[in-house]
Design a protein around this ligand. Structure first.
Ligand code: UT7
Length: 321
């Protein structure tokens, strides 16, 4: 049996932290008290104007490759999850390939599943490895979400930040990704979306994030523990063997509720949203890298990652480290 094992992680947050008070000082009608109470977010990072997702992705990727103890040319597939690609085309993954100087002609493509993008990308990568066709896959979540924030909409602009996270997945005889589950329900597409597009040389529609936060909240709370249970069942492991839950980092109240429904104490939940906010597809790999780097997630331990975002699209993976 070939497993896909995470052998290296890396992440990157651009610039200095921007606190909730900083946002209020910049003229947004909000407060640290409101943001912390409703979301748990205390700060986020924003890329410099003009900075692209591939630039953040590259730094995270280099760190993950170094942690994996391999070199860029060992990578034989690159998958980037992003909702804020550098361009309409080519894919951000091909730009990362070029930036890494990879000349081996490896496949590279993007996955669009918004905040669940990393889970979708990891599940895709795992299938390539398990089929035997690829041995070492670079999976990245990267966003310059600030490009699509409306600073006049306080109900969304305080929630998001920029960043990137990456993992190197490698073929192994040792258990790695044991189960994945992906779902979507497109009937909710207009609850969380950027309803703009480019046509005839102009942006048509609205190029900013729009969200009905309460609908997202209720839906997320319901499906995140369902899909986490699904991968636990698929993997055929006892629920109490889960060492870590690494959820999408959007809102501490959603995270707490998922943990409670899964009967997991918060000590077993990796939360990093307080210092980077919702970085969409980048949030899970940033949280993973943080917990691996600080020694919380160790070799031999078991984690469930779980995410949901626009579409709605959601999913989970059960991973042995
Ligand atoms: O990756 C998935 C991404 N999305 C999410 O995870 C979002 C899920 N939803 C949420 O996290 C929450 O619904 C929010 C944090 C977005 C909002 O919290 P809420 O408890 O659902 O607040 P609300 O939308 O019901 O707004 C409550 C009040 C409103 O004022 P009134 O009408 O009661 O006077 C808002 O105008 O809070 C006001 N408000 C704010 N006040 C200060 C909304 N945004 C802000 C703000 N600062 N930034």
């Amino acid at each position: 049996m070939i497993y896909a094992k995470i052998v290296g992680t890396g992440s990157y947050l651009p610039g200095d932290p921007v606190t909730n008070d900083d946002l209020a000082r910049r003229g947004i009608d909000t407060s640290d008290e409101w943001i912390v109470t409703r979301t748990g977010i205390r700060a986020r990072h924003f890329a410099e104007p003009g900075c692209k997702s591939s630039e953040l992705a590259l730094i995270a990727a280099r760190r993950a490759i170094e942690a994996a103890g391999c070199v860029a040319d060992d990578i034989d597939l690159i998958i980037v999850a992003t909702s804020t690609p550098d361009f309409i085309f080519p894919s951000t993954a091909t730009l990362v390939q070029a930036g890494l100087g990879i000349r081996n002609g490896c496949a590279a493509f993007d996955v669009q599943a918004v905040c669940s993008g990393f889970v979708y990308a990891l599940a895709t990568a795992e299938k390539f490895i398990r089929s035997g066709s690829h041995r070492r896959v670079l999976v990245i979540g990267a966003e310059v979400f600030s490009n699509i924030l409306d600073w006049a909409d306080r109900s969304t602009c305080v929630l998001f930040g920029d960043g990137a996270g990456a993992v190197v997945l490698e073929a192994s005889n040792e258990p790695g990704v044991r189960a994945t589950a992906l779902h979507a329900d497109g009937s909710y597409h207009s609850v969380l979306w950027v309803p703009g597009s480019v046509a005839g040389g102009e942006v048509t529609g609205d190029p900013f994030v729009r969200m009905d936060g309460q609908v997202v909240f209720k839906f997320a709370v319901r499906v995140l523990d369902e899909v986490a249970r699904e991968v636990i069942d698929l993997a055929g492991v006892p629920q109490d063997s889960i060492d870590w839950l690494v959820p999408h980092q959007a809102n501490i109240r959603i995270v707490q509720s998922s943990a409670k429904r899964l009967a997991l104490p918060m000590e077993k939940v990796v939360t990093t949203l307080d210092f980077h906010g919702n970085t969409s597809a980048a949030s899970i790999p940033i949280a993973l890298d943080c917990a691996v780097s600080d020694g919380r997630i160790r070799h031999g331990q078991r984690a469930v990652i779980v995410g949901i975002g626009g579409g709605f699209a959601w999913g989970a993976a059960l991973i042995d480290f």
